[in-house]
Design a protein around this ligand. Sequence first.
Ligand code: ZN
Length: 307
Amino acid sequence: MQFSMEQLIINAAITGMVPMPADNPSVPITVRQIIAEARRCAEAGASIVHVHARGEDGTPTWHREVYQEIIEGIRSHCPELIISGSTSGRLWSDFEKRSALLDCRPDLASLTPGSMNFPTNASVNPPQIVCQLATAMKQHGVMPELEFFEIGMIDYVRDYMIPRGFLAAPFYANLLLGSLGTLAASARNLVHMVDALPPRTVWAAAGIGRFQSQANNLAITMGGHVRVGLEDNLWMDTEKTDPATNARLIERVVRVAEAVGRPIASPASARKILGLNPDHLLHAKTSSSHPLRQNGDRASLSLDKAE
Ligand code: ZN
């Protein structure tokens, strides 16, 4: 593991499943808000945007129609921005719901290769579902965004899923530290995880809550990349006096990267670093002809009226 001056990929996790506007007024909830937020994050320096869809009442939804609107809206404004959607099993467990967004052809989709606890509930990922999701991603040409909350999840991918052909290089992985119930946020834990990664893995570190900035900064120095945003952390400060915005969190990462001497990757550069199939961009450019597209006016949403 060497220090690196490689361009830094910033993955903006802008919404998540948990935060509501009552927790932080800047959490984007509606389709229009999420699209506008993705554009703001791209302008601030993000090359990946990790989205969760929300329903009319602001609670999470798996419905592909909502994901379709979000993905098409983002593509129409930021055609090269890398889009990741969530297949989380936190609120619903069946494969059909969890895999529904793959029809919308995001560039990436999250894949958590193991079960775990969050502070108040469990994320249940049985081996059959994990392997089914990986297979479906391969069939759809969607790159897994591996979410590692425990080092054993890395071992499972490296020693079981890859040899059995469920996953193939190149890989992209988020190493998530400091979520209550899983691996704590420490430099030793991060180094331990990075050492365990399979070859040809581009990795990013995320810290949950007050650990976000420190986990990001460690990764920047170590030659990794970062995941940042309101999904993981709602505050700029550890005293919780200054509510964060996605753009401000990204801008802080950009300042650290500049200080350390790492340039920020554009979405096009990030695609090359991740080894994303150029076909993905083709999907983006032709998404308007996708059979799921139901309303030709979606792409011309007026973002000025977004909020
Ligand atoms: Zn997520």
